[in-house]
Design a protein around this ligand. Structure first.
Ligand code: UD1
Length: 377
C-alpha cells in the first residue's frame, strides 16, 4: 500500500512525525513524503525534521511564499505529475494550511482517495484562510480523521457520510508525548538564562489579522508591555511578525539580525524556535498568550493556562476540557485577563477524550485495514 503524505508548513511537520513513524512499522505500507516548500527557512522547516526525526522528503516542490492563489496553484501544478505517475492508494494531508487544500484537491481530481487528519474543526469564521481550507479539504476527503467530538458533529451537519468519519484523537499530542524525553532536556532555559525560580509568559502571534496591520500589531505590543511589568514575556517570532516588526523599526539595534534575543520593556524577542525548545519553554510557563490553533491543544495537555487572542476557536474541547480561554482581540482586555488567569488558572478535570498518544496508531490501522479489506468505509 503506497501512501503519499504531503506537508508544507510548520504545524504540518509536527503532525506528520508520528504518522510517518507508525507507517514504517507496517511491512505492507510504503510511505512517501512530499514537502511543498511552503515554509522553507531552517527554523521553520529543517529544524523540525531534525527535532522530530522525520525522514528527509522524497520530493521537495520548492513552492515558497506567494499569494494564496499562487501558493495553492503552484503546489497543485508541481504535485500533479508526481501523483499521476505514482498513483498511490491514498494521499494523506494534515491540518488546514494552503498546502493541505492544494494537495487534497490535486488528489481528488486524479480520483486518488484523500485522507484528512484533523478534519471537521470549524471556527465558523470564513474570513480565516484556514477555515476555507478546512471546509474544502473535508468536502473532497474520503477518510476524515477527527480530533474532538465537535469535529464529528460539524461534518455530519455538513452532510458528510458518517462512515467516512473516524474519531481517532490528536496526532499533535502523540508527538508531544513521544518526544517528552527530548524536550524535557532542552537547553533553551540555559541559553535564555531562565532560572527555575523566574516566572515568565510565552507569546506567539502570526495571524494576518493580528500582525499585518501595523496599527493593530502596535496596539497589541503596547498592551503586552503593560503586562510585562507584572511578568516577563518571551516572544519567539514567526517570520510574518518579524518582518512587520523590522519594517516598523520596532526591533532595532545592533542585535536585530544576529539571532541574539532582543530585550525591550520586559519582552524578550527571539528568532523562531524549533519544536523541542518551544515545547520545553511552554511547559514551564505561567501563561501562554497566542493566536495559534495547535498551541491551544498543546497547552491543554501541558496544563499551562492559555489565553487565545482571537474571537473564535475551532478547537472548543480546549475550553471544555483544557486550559484555554478565548479572550478576543481587544488589547485592553489582555492585562485583566492575564492577571485573573494567573491568579485563578483553569483547572481541567482530565484530558480531552482519546488524546492519549495513540492517534497515529488508530489512523494507520484504519487505512491499512481498509486497503486489505478488513475495514469498511
Ligand atoms: C501558514 C498557514 C497558517 C499556519 C502557519 C503556521 C496558510 C494559509 N496559513 O501561515 O494556517 O498557522 O503557516 O506557521 O497556509 N515566511 C518566511 N519564511 C518561511 C515561511 C514564510 O519568511 O519559511 C514568510 C514569508 O514572508 C511569507 C509569510 O512568512 O510570505 C507567510 O508565510 P505563509 O506560508 O504564506 O503563511 P503563514 O503566515 O506562515
Amino acid at each position: 500500500m503506497r501512501i503519499v503524505n504531503v506537508v508544507g508548513a510548520r504545524p504540518n511537520f509536527v503532525k506528520i512525525a508520528p504518522l510517518m513513524k507508525e507507517m514504517t512499522r507496517y511491512s505492507g505500507i510504503s510511505p512517501v513524503l512530499v514537502h511543498t516548500g511552503q515554509h522553507y527557512e531552517r527554523l521553520m522547516s529543517d529544524q523540525f525534521f531534525t527535532d522530530m526525526e522525520i525522514p528527509p522528503p522524497d520530493f521537495h516542490l520548492g513552492v515558497g511564499s506567494g499569494s494564496h492563489a499562487v501558493q495553492t496553484a503552484e503546489v497543485m501544478q508541481r504535485l500533479e505529475p508526481i501523483l499521476d505517475t505514482m498513483r498511490p492508494d491514498v494521499v494523506l494531508v494534515v491540518g488546514d494550511v494552503n498546502s493541505t487544500l492544494a494537495a487534497a484537491l490535486t488528489a481528488a481530481k486524479l480520483r486518488i482517495p484523500v485522507a484528512h487528519v484533523e478534519a471537521g474543526l470549524r471556527s465558523f469564521d470564513r474570513t480565516m484562510p484556514e477555515e476555507i481550507n478546512r471546509l474544502l479539504t473535508d468536502a473532497v476527503s474520503d477518510f476524515l480523521f477527527v480530533t474532538e467530538t465537535s469535529g464529528q458533529q460539524n461534518l455530519v451537519a455538513e452532510g458528510i457520510a458518517s462512515e467516512k468519519i473516524h474519531f481517532v484523537g490528536n496526532v499533535m499530542i502523540d508527538a508531544l508525548q513521544a518526544f517528552r524525553h527530548r524536550w524535557a532536556s532542552s537547553s533553551v532555559f540555559r541559553r535564555l538564562q531562565l532560572d527555575a525560580s523566574c516566572p515568565y509568559a510565552v507569546l506567539t502571534l502570526h495571524r494576518p489579522s493580528n500582525v499585518d496591520d501595523p496599527v493593530i500589531l502596535m496596539n497589541f505590543l503596547e498592551a503586552l508591555e503593560v503586562l510585562a511589568r507584572h511578568i516577563s514575556i518571551i516572544f519567539p517570532l514567526h517570520p510574518r511578525v518579524k518582518h512587520q516588526l523590522l519594517r516598523q523599526g520596532y526591533l532595532c539595534g545592533p542585535k536585530q539580525n544576529s539571532g541574539e534575543p532582543v530585550h525591550n520593556k520586559g519582552i524578550t524577542y527571539l528568532e523562531a524556535l524549533g519544536y523541542l525548545d518551544f515545547i520545553a519553554l511552554m511547559s514551564r510557563a505561567c501563561l501562554v498568550l497566542t493566536d495559534s490553533g495547535g498551541i491551544q491543544e498543546e497547552t491543554t495537555v501541558l496544563q499551562v493556562p492559555c489565553l487565545t487572542l482571537r474571537d473564535t476557536t475551532e478547537r472548543p474541547v480546549t475550553i471544555s476540557h483544557g486550559t484555554n480561554r478565548v479572550i478576543g482581540t481587544d488589547p485592553s482586555r489582555i492585562l485583566g485577563e492575564a492577571l485573573r488567569t494567573m491568579d485563578d488558572p483553569p483547572r481541567p478535570d482530565g484530558r480531552p477524550p482519546l488524546w492519549d498518544g495513540q492517534a497515529a496508531h488508530r489512523i494507520v490501522k484504519i487505512l491499512h485495514d481498509h486497503h486489505t479489506g478488513r475495514g469498511g468505509v
